[in-house]
Each structure stands twice: as structure tokens, then as C-alpha cells.
Design a protein around this ligand. Structure first.
Ligand code: M5T
Ligand code: MG
Length: 577
């Protein structure tokens, strides 16, 4: 997956990558050339007192050093650009994919892990890409070139290379192998800690209400200690890592000077060659170290790439039709024909054999106990889910054959759990229709019985809404969501229990205003209170996913025992209150 991702998402940046390879090649070769020039100055120039030679070779050295610096900078520059653009595109890819997900697809993963995959996991892969571009070319060339150059300086000392490099590889490799599982464990512990913290923050009121703070603190404490333990183990290994590497480097240096010094004494080697040899050995060891670090990043990034790939590979379960049918009329007639539906993974269907028609200008109400399937029924029209069998038609065309925009333009839904976005009231109201005028907004607010409280706010339409709309009351949020639906002037309104948080008087006023506003629209209302739905043209009584009775309020009072029960229970409830 890692390779596939890198290949697919780095394609547009190939020119950058070629530039990186070129500049790194240049800078590595320059870096490899420097010690040998240095040796020449010492051995040819200094020893013979040839000032001219020193100046000339020194000049060359200066130029080579300049080339090395400039190309190294250019390499890092292009590498960073390519890696960052790669990360941006990958993140965008994940984001686009997730926004195309249906409710079902999101549920398969869960929101928190989708967030982690779109941010942290992408970051890991991006990091590998950056490191890879900065070191992948340089490291092997430095290693092989360094060995070659070192041997050119002195063959007799070559055994020092063959000893020190494997020792370094073994030591660093051992530490890395020990570290890998710890890193993976750490990632999981972080996930868990995040999960617990998230749950506690969201449920803080419940925690307080049930006085569960000590228990929750314990739960968090345990996860926190887990993470700390792993981090400490990692720390302990890292503490070893740097002294170990330092030790190998210093012992190698001492060995080169010791054995090389003897050869210089014996006149078998020149001082310059010795310094050059030493520098080459250090370059090789550095390269080996970088290579090992790189190798360490690959498994981690590849786990992340797999997680990203899982998201990218999902076939969205709601397919857009490729040959959309253009409806002849756009009045907003809704028809359900023998519709059945089950949630993925559930055995029993939540809806069975649902058939009804809602004509423009009509109000159809759905009533039924909690869990009867009312919300599920509404979800089928805007295609949050697709029916398992039967057909859901909008203006005579199955919704599966309509272009998505055809549906969203004509259908507005006020969900049971009203949701507002962080931003201003205005920003939320214009969500479905950015070009709406202020008058239209106020008009919608007036109908939704929300104008008064918005006007009372200091900033009016510009008042801030916090994330999820938590700084307005439940009833206010509901009314703002109704206004948001009204602004789009749809042909079909779906109200899912949208009047439940309103008192009876406001509920009545809202519905009267709505009636005038939605005179020729199709309205489908899910309601709990009989008073909310009593004046509907048609009432569907839903029980266990089936329509058990249908008719007007008066008809149902006569004919439907289920409806009578509901009415009676509410009357007694009112009497009790
Ligand atoms: C009907 C199940 C739920 C219930 C049945 C939304 C949702 C529901 N269900 C799922 O399995 N997954 C889901 O995402 O479906 O649920 P409903 O349609 O929400 O019922 P309702 O709207 O009539 O109930 P209420 O409480 O809003 O009046 O068995 O488990
Ligand atoms: Mg519901």
C-alpha cells in the first residue's frame, strides 16, 4: 500500500523528484571530493611548502564546497516542496473520499479513526517521503562512494571499515528492532487515551450528574500510565542509542589514528591521506546511521499507509447514477412503493412494505412509538441510505435514478438531532443557499419563530454559534434548523420530530406560519404529540416498521386502536401534568 500510495500521489511532482535526485547526486559527489582535496593540500602543498599549489587547490576546494552547499540546499528545497505537496494531496484525497461516504460508510470506521487517518497517518507517510527524498539518494552514494574513496587513500587500513560498519549496523539495528514494537504499541495507547478523553469531554454532564468523576479519573489514569510506561521504555532505549553510536564513532576515530599513525611513522602513509581516510570513515558511518533511521520509519509509515488505503479503497455504498433521469415535473410529489429496509449488519428489517404517496400541498404525518422506524423512513428520500427493496420516488422518478443535486434542490430535511456548524447564525442559515438575501433569512426566521431571539442577540444574524450549536438551547437550535431548511425554498420538507422541544403554543404558531409558507410544498412531519399532527391530510401510524393504520385524525380516532391508545396516553399524561 505504501508503494502504491507514494506512486499514485507523487506523480504530479516527478519533476521535483528528478531535481532532488540531481541536486543530491551533485552535493554528495562534492562532499566526497572535499576530503581528498584536503589531503592533497596537506601532502602535496604543505609538506613541500608549495604556496602556489596550496592557493590553487584551496580555491578549487572553496568552489567545490560552495557547490556542495548550494546543491544541498536546492535538494532539500525541492524535496520539501514535493513531500509537502504530496501530503497535501493525500490529505485532500482522504477528505474527498470521506465526504462522499454515506452514513453507513462512516459507521463502518467511526469518526475518530477517520480523523486520525486523515491527519496523523497522512503526516507519518509524508514524513517518510520527506526523509526519503532528503536521504534516499545521498545515503547509498555516500556509503559506497565513501568506501571507494577511503580505499583509494589507503588499502591497508580498509579492515577498519569492514569492522566498524557492521558493528554500527548491528548495534543500531538491534535498538531499532527493540524500538519498533514499542512504537506501534505507543500509537495504540495514544489512540486509546484520545478515545477516553473524547468520550469524557463529550459526556462531561452525564459524568457529573452520576458523580462518576472518581471512576472516570481512574480510567483515564490507567490509560495515561500505560502510555507513560511505553514512553519510558522507548526513552530507555534512546538513552542507549546516542552514547552507543558516539562510542562507535570515537573508537573508530581512535583506531584510525592509532593504526594510521603507525603507518605514517613508518613512512608508508601520508598525513593528508590519514585525515582524509578518517573523514571518509565518519561519512560512511553517518550514512549508515541515517539509512538505519530511514529503515526504522518504513514499517511505521507502512502501517499508516495501510490505514489510509482502507479509507481510500471504500466503494461508497450510495452510488451516484451515471445516467440521471431528468424529471418532467418538479412539483415535489413523494411516493414510497413497497419499500423495505434493514440497517447493514442487522437481521430484522426496520421498515417493511411501506407504501404511501404525499402530494404537493399535502401534509403527511407519521406517528409511532420510539424505534418504530420513523427516522429511518425519512432517511431514504435524501438517500442517506438506499432501500433494500421497493422504490422511493420523487416526482415519479426513483431517487436512485436522480442526480444528487436534483434531490438536494427539492428536498430539505430538519433532522431529529438538529446540528449547527460553528460560525455565525447567518453562515448557518445560508448553508443550503449561499446567495439568500438578508430579507429571506429574516423571513425564514420569522416563520420558524426564531426571529425574536435572534433579534435580541447583540450581533443579530452575526452572532456566533459554537461547534455543534451548543451555545443555543435545544429549542432554539431546532428552530434555527427549521429556518435553515426554509431558506432553501424546497418542494419537499421533512421534519423529523422537529417540534418536540417547543412548547405547545409555539408549536401551534410555528405550524400556522409554516402552513402559509409551504402552501404548495409537500410536507412530511414525524411527530410525537397528537396535537402536532392532528390537522395533517394523512396520518400514517407506524409500528415496528409497518404502517398499521392510515387516515385523517378523525378517521383514525374511529378505526385505529393503536392511534386511540396513543391519543389516550397523551390525554392522561396531560391530565397528570
Ligand atoms: C428504528 C435502528 C434502531 C431502531 C430502528 C437511526 C438508526 C436506527 N437503527 C439503527 O440500527 N441504526 C441507525 O442508524 O432502527 O430506528 P428509528 O428509525 O430511528 O426510529 P424512530 O425514529 O421511529 O424512533 P424515535 O426514537 O426517533 O421516535 O431499532 O435501533
Ligand atoms: Mg427518530
Amino acid at each position: 500500500m505504501l508503494v502504491t500510495l507514494i506512486r499514485r500521489y507523487s506523480k504530479p511532482y516527478l519533476p521535483y523528484i528528478w531535481a532532488v535526485i540531481f541536486f543530491q547526486l551533485a552535493s554528495t559527489i562534492a562532499a566526497l571530493y572535499l576530503p581528498s582535496l584536503n589531503a592533497q593540500i596537506i601532502d602535496e602543498g604543505v609538506s613541500r611548502g608549495d604556496t602556489d599549489y596550496i592557493w590553487r587547490t584551496g580555491g578549487v576546494m572553496l568552489v567545490v564546497a560552495l557547490v556542495q552547499v548550494v546543491t544541498a540546499i536546492a535538494g532539500v528545497y525541492f524535496g520539501s516542496r514535493a513531500a509537502m505537496a504530496f501530503g497535501r494531496d493525500l490529505r485532500r484525497g482522504v477528505f474527498r473520499q470521506v465526504t462522499s461516504f454515506s452514513a453507513k460508510d462512516v459507521n463502518v470506521f467511526g469518526a475518530p479513526t477517520l480523523i486520525t487517518r486523515g491527519t496523523n497517518d497522512v503526516q507519518q507517510v509524508q514524513m517518510l517521503m520527506l526523509m526519503g527524498l532528503n536521504f534516499m539518494v545521498a545515503t547509498p552514494i555516500m556509503c559506497i562512494g565513501g568506501i571507494f574513496m577511503a580505499l583509494r587513500e589507503d588499502l591497508n587500513l580498509s579492515w577498519l571499515v569492514w569492522v566498524s560498519v557492521p558493528v554500527l549496523v548491528v548495534v543500531v539495528g538491534y535498538l531499532v528492532v527493540r524500538l519498533m514494537p514499542l512504537f506501534r504499541a505507543m500509537q495504540k495507547k495514544i489512540d486509546r487515551l484520545n478515545g477516553i478523553l473524547r468520550e469524557q469531554i463529550i459526556g462531561i454532564r452525564v459524568v457529573r450528574a452520576f458523580v462518576r468523576e472518581p471512576h472516570e479519573a481512574e480510567r483515564f489514569g490507567a490509560a495515561n500510565k500505560d502510555l507513560t510506561d511505553v514512553s519510558l521504555k522507548i526513552g530507555a532505549l534512546f538513552v542507549l542509542m546516542f552514547p552507543a553510536i558516539g562510542m562507535i564513532l570515537h573508537v573508530s576515530t581512535a583506531a584510525v589514528l592509532w593504526f594510521g599513525g603507525q603507518r605514517v611513522d613508518a613512512g608508508e602513509m601520508q598525513v593528508g591521506a590519514l585525515t582524509a581516510f578518517l573523514q571518509y570513515l565518519l561519512q560512511i558511518l553517518m550514512a549508515v546511521m541515517m539509512g538505519t533511521f530511514m529503515a526504522m520509519m518504513i514499517p511505521r509509515a507502512s502501517v499508516c499507509a495501510d490505514r489510509i488505503g482502507e479509507v481510500l479503497d471504500v466503494e461508497p455504498s450510495i452510488h451516484e447514477t451515471l445516467t440521471p433521469v431528468a424529471p418532467v415535473e418538479k412539483a415535489g410529489r413523494v411516493e414510497f412503493r413497497n419499500v423495505s429496509f434493514a440497517y447493514p449488519g442487522a437481521e430484522a428489517p426496520v421498515l417493511s412494505d411501506i407504501s404511501f404517496t404525499a402530494e404537493p400541498g399535502q401534509t403527511v404525518a407519521i406517528i409511532g412509538s420510539t424505534g418504530a422506524g420513523k427516522t429511518s423512513l425519512l432517511a431514504l428520500l435524501p438517500r442517506l441510505y438506499d432501500a433494500a427493496s421497493g422504490e422511493v420516488l420523487l416526482d415519479g422518478v426513483p431517487v436512485t435514478d436522480l442526480d444528487r443535486s436534483e434531490i438536494t434542490q427539492r428536498v430539505a430535511m430538519v433532522p431529529q438531532r438538529p446540528y449547527l456548524f460553528s460560525g455565525t447564525i447567518e453562515h448557518n442559515l445560508r448553508f443550503g443557499k449561499p446567495e439568500a438575501t438578508d430579507e429571506q433569512l429574516w423571513d425564514a426566521l420569522t416563520v420558524a419563530q426564531a426571529a425574536d431571539f435572534v433579534r435580541e442577540k447583540k450581533n443579530g444574524l452575526g452572532s456566533r454559534i459554537s461547534q455543534g450549536g451548543t451555545n443555543v438551547s435545544g429549542g432554539q437550535r431546532q428552530r434555527l434548523c427549521i429556518a435553515r431548511a426554509l431558506v432553501t425554498e424546497p418542494k419537499v420538507f421533512l421534519f423529523d420530530d422537529s417540534f418536540s422541544a417547543l412548547d405547545v403554543a409555539t408549536d401551534a404558531r410555528l405550524r400556522r406560519a409554516l402552513k402559509a409558507k409551504t402552501a404548495d410544498a409537500t410536507v412530511i412531519i414525524v411527530g410525537q404529540r397528537v396535537s402536532t399532527i392532528a390537522d395533517a391530510d394523512q396520518i400514517l401510524v407506524l409500528d415496528n416498521g409497518r404502517i398499521v393504520d392510515r387516515g385523517t385524525h378523525d378517521e383514525l380516532l374511529q378505526s385505529s386502536s393503536t392511534y386511540q391508545e396513543i391519543v389516550e396516553s397523551q390525554l392522561t399524561a396531560e391530565a397528570v401534568a
